[in-house]
Design a protein around this ligand. Structure first.
Ligand SMILES: Cc1cc2nc3c(=O)[nH]c(=O)nc-3n(C[C@H](O)[C@H](O)[C@H](O)COP(=O)(O)O)c2cc1C
Length: 271
């Protein structure tokens, strides 16, 4: 297994789209300049044109413009830069709209019946997929306009509080946030692992011990050097395997279970 970073095309990207994708990095400091309305429209249209499972259009997004709501989200997420960003979206898995359409079409429809499908685990996962694809389209569009973004899993630190804050009805569940703005920092690209360790041919391939020893060790070193020499972050300087090993166990690294709140929103994990 040889080292082959996905960024190895940089400088020779075959087109502008791929250059934007290869130069993407998370931005966590934003200038206060607002984003012009035409750009906001472009970003939202790009999101809406993402693929959607079975054409169900089973995602929504909330543009958060109320500073009090943004502040509450930032506080819960423990990430100040969320309020700095001039544009903030929370992407949602959304079967509410489709269920309402069904009810409008057939007022006798029984949404508690076993035959009701819009609350199944499959549909929930497809809604999550839709939301993530839409978010990613918006993220890429933002970078192509010279903006920067950070995806926010931290908005799910307390899903119930977010659900209440955003008044999400049943059959709607928060997926991720996306903070967007003009970058006020230029962080170095974070290294990626050797491609053969991540992209396989025809079947799953666990690396042999030798391969882990060689190629992934190189990657480990690269990650360590990245934090030590390039990023100069307060973050502990660790190899990749230390980062994973340190978080693999322990109460403080465990996210509290999400299934109960997903079920409270009306999705049925068992179906
Ligand atoms: C699903 C998901 C959730 C994330 N959540 C957060 C977050 O809550 N806060 C944050 O600062 N970065 C978050 N990130 C950004 C990752 O930390 C970042 O993508 C990763 O460290 C790689 O760095 P890069 O984006 O600069 O290449 C998230 C990324 C993804 C894909």
């Amino acid at each position: 297994m040889h080292s082959c970073a996905p960024t190895d095309l940089r400088g020779a990207a075959p087109n502008e789209t791929i250059r934007v994708l290869l130069e993407r990095r998370s931005i966590r400091a934003f200038s206060p300049d607002p984003i012009d309305p035409a750009s906001v429209q472009s970003l939202e249209s790009a999101a809406q044109h993402a693929a959607t499972s079975r054409y169900f259009n089973e995602w929504s997004a909330i543009r958060v413009t109320d500073p009090k709501i943004a502040q509450a989200i930032a506080q819960e997420a423990g990430q100040d830069y969320i309020v700095q960003a001039p544009l903030l979206y929370i992407f949602l898995a959304d079967q509410r709209r489709n269920a309402d359409l069904v009810a409008a079409e057939n007022p006798d429809a029984d949404m508690d019946a076993d035959s009701f499908n819009l609350n199944s685990s499959y549909v929930f996962l497809q809604s999550e997929n839709d939301a993530v694809l839409a978010l990613h389209a918006m993220e890429t569009a933002a970078y192509s306009l010279g903006l920067g973004c950070v995806i926010l899993g931290s908005v799910l630190n307390d899903p119930d509080e977010l659900i209440e804050l955003l008044q999400l009805p049943k059959l709607v569940y928060p997926v991720l946030g996306l903070a967007i703005g003009k970058p006020a920092q230029g962080p170095a690209l974070k290294p990626r692992m050797p491609r053969p360790a991540q992209i396989f041919e025809n079947s799953y391939r666990r690396p042999s011990e030798d391969e882990i020893g060689e190629a992934l060790s190189d990657f480990d070193e690269t990650v360590f050097r990245y934090y030590r020499d390039i990023r100069h972050m307060d973050a502990p300087r660790k190899t990749f395997r230390q980062i994973i090993a340190d978080k693999a166990f322990g109460q403080e690294n465990a996210h509290h279970p999400m299934a109960p709140s997903i079920e409270r929103q009306g999705f049925d994990w068992t179906r």
